[in-house]
Design a protein around this ligand. Structure first.
Ligand code: ADP
Length: 372
């Protein structure tokens, strides 16, 4: 006979009451622990440095934290069970979206401010809404736009006419120029070119950033874009005594041809800048998987592993070579990245310090009507 087959002996009254007491004490401890945990969770949620709302299926607010009180000027009790339109007048329904969405937010007094929300699903009935006040960021964006407009109108136009006058002077339009004068004009032209290219970089970055730029797709080939890029890079290569080599199969793809050429010219320009004199920069391109891949390989100093992703960020520059042939703002690679991503492609670098770098980018195969 096993234990479980034994007939249960009825408990005495004392034993029963002892058991109940023990259970009651366990339940009490559990309750206290739960309530301590709940209050800890509430405190954490309340004080996290991000506005947080809990919203139910009826689009009503169930809970909020301290930062929401600060952003909107309400006390918690004033908002609980109110519709979200109280805070975001244009938002009838919350859509779950892990990416920040810009919305107009309204404070207690009716004043509005720009905000960004991220909506995460907690369960079928509840959503977590993270809210960020982006007033300061919007103000900086406006300042940046004003600055870029200023750069565009007040710098680019006069620079271009200075460049024009210098060319005319060097061609003798204002009378004969001595050798010394021509050398001075050459230097002034290079400086004007450098400034114009910096201004163009700034304007390009701004245009892509503001969402104004969309690639103008056309049919082209890897051979055409590489040849155009080599043609545009020839003078720089010659000046640095660097040879450009090409290993390209002639594959057809759809892309904004001018912009792909711009990316290659930029990468080749960097490769030349970092190449030792007498070395070779190799451009290869061809079909790989579902797209075309371009590779620009140099025999320069290479890029340390830990900086290989940072160089694609704006205004990031590593040590420039001593004899810098083309200075920049650290915008070149960031612009390349944006242009490639606008084609739904990817850009990356393979490099080992002391062994050169290979910058690569891919453009998926797509056509005018069907963007992958
Ligand atoms: P910029 O426009 O100022 O040239 P980029 O965005 O093109 O800046 O480049 C960012 C940084 O990446 C630069 O500081 C440069 O030092 C480094 N870099 C870019 N290309 C190469 C390369 N081929 N070899 C070594 N370093 C490079």
């Amino acid at each position: 006979m096993t234990n479980s087959d034994k007939p249960a002996t009825p408990l005495t009254y004392e034993e029963l009451s002892e058991l109940v007491k023990r259970h009651e004490s366990v339940i009490k401890t559990l309750k206290t622990t739960l309530s301590v945990q709940q209050s800890k969770t509430r405190d954490i949620l309340y004080s996290i440095p991000l506005g947080l709302l809990v919203v139910n299926g009826q689009q009503r607010i169930e809970a909020l934290n301290k930062l929401i009180e600060e952003f909107f000027g309400y006390q918690t009790e004033e908002l609980v069970s109110k519709k979200i339109t109280e805070l975001f007048p244009d938002l009838q329904f919350l859509r779950v979206n892990p990416k920040p969405v810009p919305v107009m937010a309204r404070r207690k007094g009716g004043e509005t401010f720009p905000a960004e929300i991220i909506v995460n699903e907690f369960d079928a009935q509840l959503n977590f809404v993270h809210v960020q006040d982006i007033t300061e960021r919007s103000r900086l964006d406006r300042l940046r736009q004003d600055f870029v407009a200023m750069v565009s109108h007040d710098l680019r136009t006069p620079l271009t006419s200075i460049r024009g006058f210098l060319t005319m002077a060097s061609e003798g339009a204002y009378g004969p120029v001595s050798d010394q004068g021509n050398r001075a004009i050459d230097r002034a032209q290079s400086s004007a070119d450098l400034l114009i290219s910096l201004v163009v970089d700034l304007l390009d970055a701004e245009k892509i950033d503001s969402g104004e730029f969309e690639p103008d797709l056309q049919e082209t080939t890897t051979n055409v874009v590489v040849d155009r890029a080599i043609y545009a890079s020839q003078a720089a290569a010659k000046g640095a005594n660097v040879e450009i080599d090409k290993e390209v199969t002639n594959d057809v793809f759809w892309a904004d041809e001018d912009r792909v050429v711009q990316v290659i010219v930029n990468l080749v320009g960097n490769a030349i800048k970092f190449s030792p004199a007498g070395s070779i920069v190799t451009i290869s391109a061809g079909l790989e998987g579902a797209g075309v891949v371009f590779r620009i390989k140099d025999r320069g100093p290479g890029i340390p592993k830990q900086l290989q992703s940072a160089i694609f960020e704006r205004y990031r520059q590593l040590n420039q070579p001593k004899e810098t042939k083309r200075r920049g703002f650290g915008l070149g690679l960031a612009i390349c990245k944006s242009l490639v991503e606008k084609h739904k492609g990817r850009i990356w670098v393979q490099s080992e310090e002391g062994k050169g770098s290979t910058f690569c980018f891919s453009i998926p195969l797509m056509d005018e009507n069907f963007r992958t």
